[in-house]
Ligand binder design. Sequence first.
Ligand code: PAF
Length: 284
Amino acid sequence: MISVRDSDQLRQLLLQAKQDGQSVGFVPTMGALHPGHLSLVKEAKQQCNLVVVSIFVNPTQFNEQSDFDRYPRNEQADLDLLRQAEVNIVFLPEASEMYAVEEPLLHFDFEGLDTVMEGKHRPGHFQGVVTIVDKFFSLINPNAAFFGQKDFQQLAIVKLLAKRRHPHIQIVGCPIHREANGLAMSSRNTLLIEADRSHAAVLHRALLHIQQGWHLQRADTLRTEAIHMLTEAGVTLEYLEIADSQTLMPFSDSYNHEAVACLAVRYGAVRLIDNILLPASPRA
Ligand code: PAF
């Protein structure tokens, strides 16, 4: 595995690989790697000859400085995991490598995908995400890029970014990985105290409640019941929405589309998100 901190060196390595006819798979991460990230690497290795993983805690997508400061970082453990996973190149840029001073963030019309849920609760977050993902896409120019479905809204927005600005890059969404108790794997889970980590199993239970009742009850009834489950359990809920999985607009029972139930909660200073897909028809 080659570790690279310099964009020019990465560009050179990839140029050579592409001249040799190799396909490139890209897995962007912010480090503190867990089995969910490794499943993205595995998928990338299955689909492409050469896999590049980036580790970069992107400052522009944090809307609270304290959240950025606290974000878990463990470079040595990450490098060990990536070496074991037989990644070809790991890219570890400094912030100065990715951002010129006073550079504006990338703004484009997200077709409303950014105005709900995470976009509403974390103003500016998605501008930061698309800015860095766009830079990585321009630099690496992969054949395919792999993203986790836990960040469902991010995945939808990255697909739109690719469609508009990098149409030759295939965006691959990979399933959520869960702890034994159902908690969706996240780098932020390491910040939870043990009691909260086991308590947070209720998040998946609430989402499963919606999924299990999906063909039997109205969406708003299931949403209300799931919110009740969470608040009864003492969870600090930011939002729980049932949305059309394509537009992310609130789901209506008259739709015959796939839907998604998404939530965000807080355990003290730690913010967690999760979601579950809800198949199209037949609905009650
Ligand atoms: O999902 C993440 O870890 C980040 O948002 C990403 C895609 C690496 C961009 O910083």
